[in-house]
Design a protein around this ligand. Structure first.
Ligand code: GLN
Length: 552
């Protein structure tokens, strides 16, 4: 099943001029509008860096690490794809240069090239083509949309663009190139300039590739004059140049694309019959809620991956932010989200009092020591002041540490991630992880991906999910130490979610009578929250936050 059936269609999305203009959202939106025509779509992301996956990169470096069901650690764009398509993507839908090169080098070491000289072209390029075709075959979709990361002219994505060119030759009529470009409006001129896009198309032409469609990103809509100029200079039909001005909400992009008939244009080029007229109603209803939320609910995220130089980078928690927003919108409110630096609560303990203005507090996933005591103080404050609290992975582990120290009387309790000599290791390394860490075998070796979890009937978690067995995605090396479970439960902490064998504590909560919402999960539920399917635990957390707001 490694080859796509004949006639499978491909759309390659490449970037012109510069990065950071929303190529990922453009690709996700393109997938959305095609899916709205009744076609089955899979979206593939190519990251040209040499990391074998995104798991070893610091979030301030490259944004959030998005984990798939399979456990593959990928780029945050994969999260946008899944959210827009409302569909789980497979491990074959993601690739990096490192992944491709590694597979080629492994084959070479196994003598699989039969003594040949192994080269970037054709061998690495062929390996890329195989991956594109495998993604198409395994997805069982009508169209595979591939976003090639980086910008035209980069050294590092050249082989991927060349692979796409070969695909165009091999699958005549079944391959479309879309260039997402940028048209600056320099403030000194006040005029939109087309020249950088013309250059980008020339650069793409030098690879032997002609774009069929240009998505013209800019602060402003594209006017007729510039559209015609681009058409003539870039040899692209004027109607195939799509105006893509900045928007308040990324969820408006699919509808904007359809104003310029993008799905029709793409299907015409691909000679594919739509199965229905565009059905974006449910999506439009959701997009309207983004603009119409009434009243704010104030959520504080106590984390650490915010600063890069003078800039605040919320990308590190992208899925958490989106998950909060989906649950707020569906309950008719807007979430006002503040970034709270955990380290500040550590250095200035009195500062934690500021948390009383929040309707809900989240401690998201994280690693290492920075700001740990600050996070624990924030959790203590939320527990004592009955502020709804939601702990995600590290946030669940630290909720357990806080409870152990301050309620169960286990002085000096900690996670062994921070303190190997703690008298009470309430969070300890997963047994299968010990050897991996000792060998410095860090890449792709955490407990990753989807695992099932049984819920205690009548618990907050079980009532929120409405099911007794659930499945969530994971990314961790530590767990609640089984030796402390009884002691913690005897003092009131409820482990309401456990792995089916009963060994692993997946969800911790306090009973409703004790606290309106104090719940932590070892998993990352934010990875499965979708605009059209908000996550049940986020829904319950936001509901508790709205209740607190109402009481104020
Ligand atoms: N650092 C913790 C662990 O490895 C939590 C990980 C996370 O929050 N994703 O178990």
């Amino acid at each position: 099943m490694n080859r796509a059936r004949a006639g499978h269609k491909y759309i390659f999305v490449v970037g012109g001029v510069m990065s950071g203009v929303g190529k990922g959202i453009a690709t996700a939106s393109l997938g959305k509008i095609l899916a709205a025509r009744g076609l089955s779509i899979n979206l593939v992301k190519v990251d040209p860096y040499l990391n074998v996956d995104a798991g070893t990169m610091n979030p301030t470096e490259h944004g959030e690490v998005f984990v798939l069901d399979s456990g593959l650690e990928t780029d945050q764009d994969m999260g946008n794809y899944e959210r827009f398509l409302n569909r789980d993507l497979g491990p074959e839908d993601y690739m990096t240069s490192g992944m491709v090169y590694k597979s080629v080098i492994d084959r070479e070491r196994n003598l699989d090239y039969g003594g040949k000289c192994v080269e970037a072209v054709p061998h690495v390029r062929d390996a890329i083509i195989e991956r594109f075709e495998r993604a198409a075959a395994l997805s069982n979709s009508d169209i595979t949309v591939v976003e090639i990361g980086g910008t035209i002219g980069d050294f590092s994505n050249a082989l991927f663009i060349d692979a796409a060119r070969v695909m165009y030759m091999r699958h005549k009529g079944d391959v479309v190139f879309v260039m997402v470009s940028y048209l600056p409006v320099p403030s000194t001129l006040g005029e939109m300039k087309t020249r950088p896009t013309q250059h980008a198309v020339t650069a793409l032409n030098s690879y032997g590739v002609q774009p069929d469609v240009i998505i013209a990103r800019s602060t402003h809509p594209l006017d007729k004059k510039r559209k015609e100029k681009l058409a003539i200079q870039c040899s692209v039909e004027a109607n195939c140049i799509i105006s893509a001005p900045d928007v308040d909400s990324i969820y408006d992009v699919p509808v904007n694309f359809e104003r310029d008939n993008l799905s029709e244009i793409l299907l015409n080029i691909l000679q594919l019959e739509p199965k229905q007229s565009a059905d974006l109603q449910e999506w439009k209803d959701f997009a309207a809620k983004v603009h119409n939320g009434q009243g704010d609910v104030k959520i504080g995220i106590v984390g650490k991956y915010f600063d890069t130089g003078d800039f605040v980078l919320s990308d590190a928690y992208l899925s958490v932010i989106e998950a909060i927003k989906f649950s707020a919108y569906t309950q008719g409110v807007r979430a006002q989200i503040d970034w709270l630096n955990a380290k500040a609560y550590q250095d200035h303990p009195e500062k934690v009092e500021e948390l009383s203005q929040y309707d809900g507090i989240i401690v998201p996933g994280g690693f290492g020591e920075t700001g740990i005591e600050g996070k624990i103080s924030a959790i203590k404050f939320a527990r004592e002041n009955k502020i709804p609290y939601f702990g995600l992975c590290y946030g669940m582990q630290l909720m357990t540490v806080e409870y152990a120290r301050n309620v169960a009387g286990l002085q000096g309790a900690n996670t062994t991630e921070i303190d190997q000599n703690t008298p009470h290791p309430v969070i300890a390394i997963l047994p299968e992880q010990i050897e991996k860490l000792a060998k410095k075998d860090y890449g792709g070796t955490m407990r990753l991906g989807s695992y099932p979890c049984d819920l205690t009937s009548g618990s907050i978690a079980q009532e929120a999910y409405g099911e007794s067995t659930i499945s969530e995605r994971h990314r961790h090396r530590y767990e609640v130490n089984p030796e402390y479970v009884k002691q913690l439960e005897d003092t009131g902490l409820v482990f309401s979610g456990r792995s089916p064998d009963g060994h692993l504590m997946e969800i911790a909560e306090l009973p409703k009578e004790v606290h309106p919402f104090m719940l932590g999960t070892q998993a990352h539920p934010e990875l499965k929250a979708r605009p059209l399917a908000p996550h049940p635990l986020f829904n319950a957390f936001i509901k508790a936050a709205i209740d607190r707001r109402a009481k104020k």
